[in-house]
Ligand binder design. Sequence first.
Ligand code: ZN
Length: 200
Amino acid sequence: MPAPTDGVTALRGTVVTCRDDPFLTDPAKAFAVETDGVVICRDGLVEAVGPASVLLSSVPAGSVEDYSGCLIVPGFIDTHVHYVQTGMVASCGEQLLDWLDRYAFPAEMEFSDPAHAAAMAKVFCDELLRNGTTTALVFCAVYPQSVDALFAEAERRGMRIAEIPGAYVRRQDKTSTVRGVRDSFIYFFKLLAFRRRDAR
Ligand SMILES: [Zn+2]
């Protein structure tokens, strides 16, 4: 039987953390590297980060996961990603407007279906986390249900997601989609006001 670990997991490896903005300060000072470091998590939350020589003695036996030779870094932040285009990743070979007409618009129009939006939000969040991204600025479709689906999935996982309503307008049906874009922005700002009030 494995030894009890009191909800503690200790990740051991080369720990890289960011103390400052490397674009505004000397990168050598902005990054901190602990070649034999440890990240201690208790009940899913980070409790301590530091040298293994200092921290390892404080954790229960059996709680250490050895990632020697690997980098342990904080969650990545993606500042521009379109979750409503997840299903058409790697579609290529066109000029921009043709590419939008052929791939992006049809893919985004599917997000009028809440079940599709929920399923794709799950795939999208799985992929973000699988690649170490915990925070993202995400573009949605013009449909409010695409925004709701992603917020619901992100909240369930404790991810930080800022959403931008979709603004793509298909050339052939500008009238209906312009209305959709307008409604989408109105909905978005209502949601923002609601959430800000909620956060107080
Ligand atoms: Zn973009």
